[in-house]
Structures are given as structure tokens and as C-alpha cells.
Design a protein around this ligand. Structure first.
Ligand code: OAD
Length: 229
């Protein structure tokens, strides 16, 4: 089976009603990264940071996977598919994908502030200040904040370099190290980028740019790949 790796960003979940970060009307227009998405912010004002993620989690419970998430699951019929997502939502899993790596953490999970190995799935949307891990420390969102290490980046780089076909969907490729993963992909591997606002990347070999929304662009691409195989 050929190996397909897929790198996704906020754009794939936009049509499910989840806001992106850097588009106009995106989350980083409403909030400052330094106020809600760094460890320093959590130490300074845990209530504000916690409320930010509680609201995101609440919205996630109202959201459903869209045609792009479902189409990626279909790809597994003929390919060995690995998804590397920067998204903290669980829409790939709910869309049926079975192999999903969450580079930036998972919104429905929380973890201990003294032992990063202690990760729990939260019941419902609300984490409360005062909710503690089994070692008695405050639980925090299981999110990779700006300035924190990205523990799964090496696994993601390996998946990228192993891929026979690489698909990038709905990411501005602004945030490193995720944005650098394309550099690990074999030069001769066909690459596809689905994003209505994709910028040209002439230095990437064998890249086909599909300037469409994920909800239409991804199912069309998936059909094409399934027919070709
Ligand atoms: P961005 O908000 O930076 O980029 C979203 C991308 O999605 C843009 O390129 C849009 O053009 C595209 N887009 C918008 N609507 C789309 C649609 N319907 N279909 C396809 N594409 C669409 O989001 P990311 O690149 O995912 O990290 O951001 C990367 C990281 O920055 C996030 O994981 C998050 C953020 O700060 C953390 O919070 C740690």
C-alpha cells in the first residue's frame, strides 16, 4: 500500500464552524497569543487562559466533521494514511480517520501541571480551576502553547519523510516547527496543497496547488487519488 501523509491546519475545520487563527475574523484578531496561549499567560492569569480553552471546547462539542474530514477517512480504503494535525479538535477521529497525530495537543484532554505524563480525557467542556490530578496539582489544558516544546515533531518528521504522497490542507504554514515538515518530504513525492488562499511555493518540487475550500477541494482530490490507485 502506498503511504499518504496529510498535514492539516485550522482551515480543514473552518466549514465545521471552528474559527481559524489568522484569517480575518480569526481567533488571533480577538485575542492576543501572549494573553491566552503561552505558559507565562497561564501563570499570570490562569482564569483567563482556562476560560479561553473552555469556550473552544464548548464550541467543539457543537461542531461536526465536514466533507473534508470524511473524505480523508475514505482514503484509508486504498492507502496507508497518516494524518498529522495542528488542530486540537477531534474532527478527524469523528470523521473516521484511524491514524491521527496531534502535534499541538488535544482540546478534550487535560494534564497535570507537575507530571506531563498524566493526561486525562475531560468529561464535558468545562475544566475548573481547582480540578486536580492524582498527585494533587492543578490540571491544565493539554495544549502545546507558544514557546513550549512540540514533543511529537520527530515522529511527524519521520512520517513526512516516509510518505509516497503528501497532502497539506488549510494551514497558513506560519507556525514552526510544523511549517517545516514539508522540507522532510521526498522531492519526487507528489504533493498537494488545498487552501483557498494558498501562496505560491515555487521551491517545493512536484506541488499541485488547489485553491479551493477543504469541503470541496479535499473530496475531489481524494476521488482522483482513489481512481488513480
Ligand atoms: P491559520 O489560521 O494560521 O491558517 C488557516 C488557513 O486555513 C489559512 O491558510 C486559510 O487560507 C485556510 N482556510 C480558511 N478557510 C478554509 C477552508 N474552508 N478550507 C481550507 N482552508 C481554509 O491556522 P493554522 O495554520 O492551523 O497553534 O495555525 C497553526 C497554529 O497556529 C495552530 O495550530 C495554533 C495557532 O496559533 C497553537 O495554538 C499552538
Amino acid at each position: 500500500m502506498k503511504k499518504i501523509a496529510v498535514l492539516t491546519g485550522a482551515g480543514i475545520s473552518a466549514e465545521s464552524g471552528i474559527k481559524t487563527f489568522r484569517d480575518s475574523n480569526g481567533l488571533w484578531e480577538e485575542y492576543r497569543v501572549e494573553d491566552v496561549a503561552t505558559y507565562e499567560a497561564w501563570v499570570r492569569n490562569p482564569a483567563l487562559v482556562n476560560e479561553f480553552y473552555n469556550q473552544r471546547r464548548k464550541k467543539l462539542y457543537e461542531a461536526k466533521p465536514n466533507a473534508a474530514h470524511f473524505a480523508l477517512a475514505e482514503l484509508e480504503k486504498k492507502f496507508d494514511v497518516k494524518i498529522i494535525t495542528q488542530n486540537v479538535d477531534d474532527l478527524h477521529e469523528r470523521g473516521g480517520s484511524t491514524n491521527v497525530l496531534h502535534l499541538h495537543g488535544e482540546l478534550k484532554k487535560v494534564r497535570s501541571t507537575v507530571d506531563p505524563e498524566l493526561v486525562y480525557t475531560l468529561e464535558g467542556w468545562e475544566l475548573k480551576l481547582g480540578d486536580k490530578c492524582e498527585k494533587g496539582s492543578q490540571l491544565r489544558p493539554h495544549i502545546v502553547w507558544f514557546g513550549e516544546a512540540v514533543p511529537l515533531i520527530e515522529v511527524a518528521a519521520e512520517i513526512s519523510s516516509d510518505a509516497d504522497i503528501y497532502i497539506v490542507i488549510g494551514t497558513s504554514l506560519n507556525v514552526y516547527p510544523a511549517a517545516g515538515l514539508l522540507n522532510f518530504v521526498r522531492e519526487d513525492a507528489p504533493k498537494y496543497l488545498v487552501d483557498p488562499n494558498a501562496s505560491p511555493m515555487p521551491w517545493i518540487r512536484n506541488l499541485t496547488t488547489i485553491r479551493e475550500k477543504a469541503g470541496t477541494g479535499v473530496p475531489a482530490l481524494v476521488n482522483e487519488l482513489l481512481i488513480m490507485e
